[in-house]
Ligand binder design. Sequence first.
Ligand code: ATP
Ligand code: ZN
Length: 395
Amino acid sequence: MPETLEIVPSLPIPAHLVGEVQSKLAYVDEIIARGEVASSGDRITLYLHSPLGVKQGELEEKVQRVVLSMVKGAIRPKVQVLEDHLDRPAGGYHADPHEELLRRGELSQETRGVFALGPLLARLITWFEVRFVELADSFGASPYRFPTLIPASYLERVDYFSAFPHSLTFATHLHTDLDVIDGFARGTACNEHGELNAPPDSFAPIRALLSPAVCYHLYFALADRPLPGGQVVATAVGNCFRHEAINLTSLERLWNFTMREVIFVGPKDFVLDHRETARQRMANLFGQIGLAYRVESANDPFFIGEFRKQVAFQSAFQLKYEIRARLPFKDSTLAVGSYNYHQDFFGRRLNISLPDGAPAHTGCVAFGLERMAYAFLAQFGLDPANWPELVRNGY
Ligand code: ATP
Ligand code: ZN
């Protein structure tokens, strides 16, 4: 039996924050293997890797800090539903495709949150990718290729460190020093947890991180000058990294995933109109394949301290909508993509100017490729014979 700890939150957790608080428990302490917030919001259960001993008070204090900063004074954002097709019959499949994909060797776990995908998933992702590129082409989007690394100074300039410190992934390399390199070559091994035993001072200071999103690269490519032609539509696909700690349980939530984005930069109405047109075009495609989903207002997974303020801001200005596909096997939904509007945040921060001198507005349509394929398989199963004709024929 794993050790458990029950905590009564100092403020009851309202229903709309139960999931958000639960996801943040992953970042409280490494001793936590799993955290659960009761749906009534009046009990938190922590499952621990090892007995607590003297740490109990400290752990309770950290959990209460999370509860207080996320719940105290929080307003309930009004969820705005733009489309609701959750009751579509889809393929009638009801199992978790993750298990079956592992069994068939279509999925192999390299480490937590990192998977190699076999031909079934790879082909299905290519099918969706072609559709997303068609969406980009319908706007005449220019193709870009961005690096997987992103400079620390870039993320600092757009306040990423205060908003999402918990999911950052850092890149480093050995000090350029013969003794360090020699020592590493001779003495390095992984322990039983797959962790390198090299001394931390072998590594150079961090100048770059693994990129958490695609569109930031475009905004930096356009920074500190007038926006060419006064408006830009671009598209790119890239590896993205978000270390979501113990929440990294299956193909649903990955450390390393791929995102295809269509990005709009220009005047406010240009960005908002294009975001809306993109939604309508995608609704058409999803309708053709019979996907069960809905599009509703949402917020980014801000860190604890920033959470209340940023969520209130995002919902007040309707900055983010998520495409939430149904996962029949667990009677819930999963965000497979998002329609985002950042107002003139990047335009101001990065000094991207419109012809009249005002800062540019930006928005992006972002699809998580692995999640798109996973949700599709959760609804239609692994046998292409049961798939919608459009997918089966193009697959
Ligand atoms: P913004 O530019 O406003 O920060 P974004 O471009 O970063 O937004 P998100 O909405 O954060 O976009 O993510 C887009 C999609 O990427 C999600 O809808 C989801 O499908 C996928 N995604 C995000 N995090 C993960 C993850 N940990 N594992 C797998 N897929 C993910
Ligand atoms: Zn984006």
